[in-house]
Design a protein around this ligand. Sequence first.
Ligand SMILES: Nc1ncnc2c1ncn2[C@@H]1O[C@H](COP(=O)(O)OP(=O)(O)OP(=O)(O)O)[C@@H](O)[C@H]1O
Length: 298
Amino acid sequence: MIEVQALTKRYGDKVAVDELTFTVKPGQVTGFLGPNGAGKSTTMRMILGLDRPAAGQALVTGRPYREHAAPLTAVGALLEAKSIHKGRTARSHLTSLAQTHGISRARVDEVLGLAGLESVADRRAGGFSLGMGQRLGIAAALLGDPAVIILDEPVNGLDPDGVLWVRNLLHGLAAEGRTVLVSSHLMSEMAVTAENLIIIGRGKLLADTSIDDLIARVGVGTVTVRSPRAAELRDVLTAHGATVTSVEPSTLQVTDLPVEEIGELALGREIVLYELTPRRASLEQAYMELTREAVEYR
Ligand SMILES: Nc1ncnc2c1ncn2[C@@H]1O[C@H](COP(=O)(O)OP(=O)(O)OP(=O)(O)O)[C@@H](O)[C@H]1O
């Protein structure tokens, strides 16, 4: 469990994180989202004891990160700018980390395998691609078999195979009862990876919700309507407040009017419908709606 309580961080006059409070529960993947500059990395750094908050606190499994005797076994983390000694091999990088915590060589081999790095384990990390570097960072995060895992943009630079690997890995870690907090800008990926979302904007909490609730709450779904009398129906619907766009002459995309009302209005005019399909908003639409006001750099 991660508990963030009224966490605040300032850089000069700028409030990067503003009395932020949320809890990340075990047993599920929680996505951490927000526009550029929202304060995600700063929050993660404070959870990991790398930045000192101006106020508030962050607890990992009940205590601040710095108070854990063996932090690698409490929390595994991958931050965006992970520094790996370029002259070291993947194996020696992991072995040196392992030695600081009395972690066995067998565990090093295990995480090399988990990350799909066996064949390059003895190559120097300096020659690694972005994707291989990400895999090595994730391997390091898992080294201490931690109950809490924090990953900042883990799929950054990964090919489709790698993206799928991260998705399955995170699902597996959550299913084992671990707490998984993961940030990403890829909404389509978040939609299939996370169950819960914490969304921040300008350092403040915008939503702490399940993906389903967020989409339902923002409610920007559209209804696809197909009819041989689409042009006529279009006029009826707009007269009742709908916003209608049309991709082809016989098909309308309708927003701002419930599907039931569209059906009733068509029946009232005896307009035959070939299709009446409500479509849920995508996570991307819901996210854009929610963060519209909070985008700092546009
Ligand atoms: N060391 C620093 N000195 C001054 N300002 C900083 C520093 N680190 C972050 N900031 C500012 O704090 C705010 C939050 O930055 P942060 O990197 O946490 O956002 P983020 O949500 O991780 O953004 P991104 O999605 O771009 O990674 C931004 O306005 C940023 O410019």
